[in-house]
Design a protein around this ligand. Structure first.
Ligand code: HPA
Length: 243
């Protein structure tokens, strides 16, 4: 078994759930990354805060290639990431956990591949199963043991951000089959695919999306709900690592 990495999204910045933690840097061909090396019950685990430890990097400026390249270099074979999401599906309520199995890509300006032609060649990644079914199964089983509200499967709409969506956009995403909306899963999931790292994401529903919710959405609302979910999330990650 290789090394597990956790990529913490909004509200998940604290690696202290791990043991023997040490912050480190690594230079990649795409820039420097910062990560925390640690372990849990003897298994090596790497933690990375996607937006930086102080939430200073917005979704469209995250260096997705450096992060995934670095994790590959460190020997990571499995990534469990977290994403805060708005819900378009009445059954996916705030406080629920969704193990995304498909995405709709509405990003606009991101470099989304390691393969730009030239010496590296032209690669067309198969994304029939972008999110590892086996890893999702382990997370689902752990979530059920903990009594969490978990849905295994759901389509994540990735927007460019950093703004939230208009109600008209949310209506369109709903018509297209979207269940949740967030800003960071693409290209993270496909770069992990190119790097041949098994990838799953735990989407935590923080709100109903614009136009479904009766009130205007703020980043504060998202982070407040994430704070409430953070203990359940930590327990879920640790139970999954133990499996
Ligand atoms: N839209 C986009 N990203 C989000 C949302 C949302 O409603 N909630 C949490 N992250």
């Amino acid at each position: 078994m290789g090394i597990i990495a956790i990529i913490g999204g909004t509200g998940v910045y604290d690696p202290s759930m791990l043991e023997s933690i040490e912050e480190k840097q690594l230079m990649t061909p795409y820039g420097e990354i910062t990560y925390t090396q640690g372990s849990y019950h003897g298994k090596p685990v790497i933690f990375m805060a996607r937006h930086g430890s102080k939430h200073s990097i917005p979704p469209h400026l995250i260096n997705y290639r450096a992060n995934i390249w670095g994790l590959k270099k460190l020997g990571v074979t499995m990534i469990i990431s977290t994403t805060a999401v708005g819900s378009l599906n009445p059954e996916f309520k705030p406080g629920h956990f969704v193990l995304t199995d498909q995405f709709l890509d509405f990003t606009k300006s991101r470099v989304n591949t390691f393969y730009d032609g030239g010496k590296k060649g032209v690669v067309h990644l198969d994304v029939t199963d972008p999110y590892c079914p086996e890893l999702r199964g382990h997370i689902e089983a752990a979530a059920k043991e903990l009594g969490l509200n978990v849905h295994n499967g759901g389509t994540y709409v990735c927007t460019e951000g950093p703004r939230f969506e208009t109600p008209a956009e949310i209506k369109m995403f709903h018509m297209l089959g979207g269940d949740t909306v967030g800003m960071t899963n693409v290209p993270e999931v496909t770069l992990a695919g190119e790097a041949e790292i098994a990838y799953a994401t735990i989407s935590m529903v923080t709100n109903f999306a614009a136009g479904i919710s009766e009130t205007a959405l703020t980043h504060h609302e998202v982070t407040e709900v994430m704070k409430q979910l953070s203990d359940s999330f930590k327990a879920l990650i640790l139970k999954t690592i133990d499996r």
